[in-house]
Design a protein. Structure first.
Length: 387
């Protein structure tokens, strides 16, 4: 370093001064040799200082950003102080994802120390469009997105058009906001379809879905195989509210959706819940049987993969390559915010329960899905390559 070189130069200059005094006291004996050695040493010292300074100058330009990041990490400062942060929602405004993101934004802003957290809606292709944009975003932690985890993982496994990214390597895993347990229901007016056993024994049922790529289309395709249900998939509904109405009126005999979105219809008697499409009972519907508790024979492994897919829930991803400290700060901020009792109460009042899980845990679930049995992968291809 330059400082060290200067210190060495100072020491040599002091030595020269001492030698000069000695020479003056002793006459000319050895004077020429001593001066030459001192001059050579001084020259070497100055040269070393110059070389070290040049090396440092060259390294500064290449390592400036890394040094700044290391300084921030060492000081414990937030990577987000004074920054404008963008929270991308992969669906239109007004839905559950949008509501959760906008409710969380001021809490995240405070926790991150950001100047502002902006929510931007980027709908299209079931979230694939927003996912590809996120993949190309600057990896500094100031842009992250909110997606249907089961939809993104399902798209990759099923080979959906545009989903040719590597989820494990092309993105930073922040975490899951909620797990969204789903429920299979029949019309409340139907006396013949009161239980899942009734459904499995029936013939010629109609199952309402919004069509290929939708979550209820995924439910319908896989559930009919796992449970051996004799049903026809009726597509063309624009969304969950329309399939809910079709079931209420009895136009169809089966429909599925999140527990939160169907709870009002179930509690009013318009719908009859027959099965939780998961591995554990739903808190809101503790008496409704659970998929993995059924005797599924050779389809048990496929059912387990399906449940893992549902566990992906509502995911937050960010671009790959975010500095580790900044990513950890982002994950910690989400974890802290989603434990805030005021926020939880706000979201529960809007039928949006929270079930936080950090990114590393969800990566393991995704890896298990990518290694799922061929039978499951074939069903996923049927879902995402139809139509």
């Amino acid at each position: 370093m330059i400082v060290k070189a200067k210190r060495r130069l100072t020491l040599w200059m002091a030595l020269l001064a001492v030698l000069a005094l000695v020479a003056a006291a002793c006459g000319d004996d050895g004077d020429t040799e001593t001066d030459t050695a001192a001059e050579d040493a001084s020259a070497e010292t100055e040269e070393a200082a110059t070389e070290e300074g040049a090396t440092e100058d060259e390294g500064t330009e290449d390592e400036g950003e890394d040094a700044a990041t290391e300084a921030t990490q060492a000081s414990g400062e937030s990577c987000f102080d004074g920054e404008t942060v963008t929270f991308v929602v992969s669906f239109d405004a007004g839905g559950g994802y949008d509501l959760i993101a906008r409710t969380m934004a001021p809490y995240l802003e405070e926790e991150l120390g950001a100047d502002e957290v902006i929510v931007e809606n980027e709908p299209g292709a079931g979230g694939i469009l927003a996912m590809r944009n996120l993949q190309a975003a600057e990896p500094d932690g100031t842009t992250f997105g909110f997606f249907t985890g089961n939809g993104m993982v399902g798209s990759v496994i099923g080979g959906a058009e545009g989903a040719d990214f590597n989820l494990l390597e092309d993105f930073s895993w922040v975490g899951r906001v909620s797990s969204n347990p789903r429920v299979l229901s029949t019309p409340g007016s139907s006396e013949e379809l009161q239980t899942i056993e009734d459904v499995r024994a029936a013939e010629g049922l109609k199952y309402a879905t919004a069509g290929p790529g939708a979550n209820d289309y995924l439910d319908a395709t896989i559930m009919t195989e796992i449970l051996g249900i004799d049903s026809e998939l009726v597509t063309g509904y624009t969304g969950s509210s329309e399939t809910e109405l079709a079931l209420t009126t009895g136009d169809v005999q089966l429909a599925s959706g999140t527990v939160g979105s169907r709870l009002a219809a179930i509690e009013s008697g318009d719908h009859n819940s027959v099965l939780i499409l998961g591995g554990e009972p739903a808190e809101e519907l503790p008496d409704v049987p659970v998929l993995l508790d059924l005797d599924l024979g050779e389809m048990a492994d496929v059912a387990e993969s399906y449940v893992n897919l549902q566990e992906m829930g509502r995911m937050v991803w960010a671009p790959a390559g975010i500095p580790e400290d900044c990513l950890n700060q982002l994950i910690s901020a989400f974890g802290t915010v989603l434990e805030n009792e005021t926020l939880i109460s706000q979201l529960e009042a809007a039928d949006q329960p929270i079930d936080w899980a950090p990114g590393d845990e969800m990566r393991e679930t995704a890896q298990a899905l990518l290694d799922a049995p061929p039978e499951f992968q074939a069903l996923m291809e049927e879902v995402y390559q139809t139509g």
